[in-house]
Design a binder for this molecule. Structure first.
Ligand code: GAL
Length: 411
């Protein structure tokens, strides 16, 4: 109270305009997904001590629940001041296409963001009509996590591809009652699928699925489902009851050998579990995808009609700043897309990710909104159900193509 009066008095005496009121930020970074976001909020609060920040979160990995709540709020005329959305088609094909976002081109120009974010990433958040969000990170989807000392004691090594995994690694582990690959709740199946698809198709054909150059029911794409099925036979049968963190715990705890998960798992293992990269856990590109970086990016935008627009603009300034990005990403398990980020602040896993991001072939993630619009992605969950229920590669492949025809991929 005293501080607030003092700040207001100073503002009156010196003519300073201090931000007041509220700022509501909406995301799915709840619980142990929260520390990186909290670091950003702390930075914002230090600069704007009189603003009440409302950190509205809806739990659920990959935003499965948050997106539904956001949709209700946006369509109901009750937008938050700023919300998390994946860069790429999840942003462009949904809220931008619906004309619900503010163009942030002026903010990019004022803050010098046009010079410090890679042009390719700016493309992913732009249309002819503007630039629509501030990216806070680059995550990698196609990562295989394991603990080297556990692999040594089981006498297995990191498989080079899924064929080796299915025919050698998996039976060797099963014979010792170790789960070869741990999976979690529904969306993590989609997450695994995209890594299998990338491995089986290679980067060009994988991208062809989303540009329309390769049909989902082309024989090559049908074969992805067969490999995926063989990989699933090596997974735990209680997947639907596990969050991605609980799946990660099984690798760390030595019940399972491998997990394919985005590198938010590194954030969890370092920030929440206190493990040291390279000691408590190890990583490799998911089998058959060495040299390819499947990217996704979390970003925040400004919805039209945001109740506290000026505060939201200040929030976006913090998100794009180098200080904000380095505070956030070092905890989150992601790297900053800023070309001037201070890599010396980042741990060994993140430094290796930064190196791969600059040197690998880069393709976008399906499960995390980069390459196909939300309508396709949510229907893809039905395709997955069809496959899990029938184990028919043809049925799944035909359903995927039917959905691509019906809702479109990115138009
Ligand atoms: C992704 C998101 C990550 C992380 C993950 C697990 O979609 O981009 O930042 O939150 O879901 O919830």
């Amino acid at each position: 109270m005293i501080r607030r009066c003092f700040v207001m008095l100073a503002a009156l005496m010196f003519g300073l305009a201090t931000a007041q009121g509220e700022l509501e930020i909406f995301s799915w970074w709840a619980g142990d997904e929260g520390p990186a976001l909290e670091a950003l909020i702390e930075l914002y609060e230090a600069q704007h001590p009189d603003v009440d920040v409302i950190n509205a979160t809806v739990t659920g990995g990959s935003g499965v629940n948050a997106r539904a709540v956001l949709k209700t709020r946006m369509l109901g005329g009750d937008p938050p001041d700023s919300f998390q959305v994946h860069a790429g088609q999840e942003l462009i094909g949904t809220w931008v296409a619906a004309g619900r976002m503010e163009d942030l081109t002026d903010l990019f120009a004022e803050e010098g963001f046009l010079d410090v974010f890679p042009a390719g990433l700016i493309d992913q958040i732009s249309t002819d009509g503007g630039i629509w969000s501030i990216p806070v990170n680059i995550h990698r989807s196609n990562v295989l996590w394991y603990v080297q000392s556990n692999l040594d004691s089981w006498g297995v090594s990191v498989p080079a591809d899924w064929n080796e995994f299915v025919s050698d690694t998996c039976p060797a582990l099963q014979a010792q009652d170790v789960t070869p690959l741990v999976l979690g709740e529904n969306w993590t199946h989609n997450h695994l699928w995209e890594s299998v698809a990338l491995a089986e198709l290679g980067p060009d054909d994988y991208q062809g699925l989303f540009s329309g150059d390769l049909a989902f029911n082309d024989p090559k794409a049908v074969a992805v489902w067969d490999t995926f099925g063989a990989v699933l036979d090596c997974a735990n049968d209680d997947a639907s009851g596990l969050s991605w963190q609980q799946a990660t715990d099984r690798v760390v705890g030595g019940e399972a050998a491998f997990n394919v998960m985005g590198d938010w798992a590194a954030g969890y293992m370092v920030t929440t579990l206190g493990l040291v990269p390279g000691e408590g856990f190890n990583w490799a590109a998911s089998p058959g995808t060495d040299g390819v970086f499947m990217w996704l990016s979390d970003s925040f935008g400004l919805p039209l009609g945001a109740p506290n627009r000026d505060n939201a603009l200040d929030w976006l300034r913090v998100l794009g700043s180098r200080e904000g990005q380095d505070a956030f990403n070092t905890l989150k398990g992601s790297i900053s897309p800023r070309l001037d980020s201070d890599l010396s602040l980042y741990n060994a896993y993140l430094q290796s990710a930064a190196d791969d991001w600059s040197n690998d072939v880069v393709v976008g993630s399906l499960a995390h909104g980069a390459v196909a619009k939300e309508a396709f992605m949510s229907e893809f969950a039905t395709v997955m159900e069809i496959y899990l229920g029938s184990r028919s590669a043809d049925a799944a492949a035909n359903a995927a193509q039917a959905i691509a025809n019906q809702v479109g991929l990115n138009n």
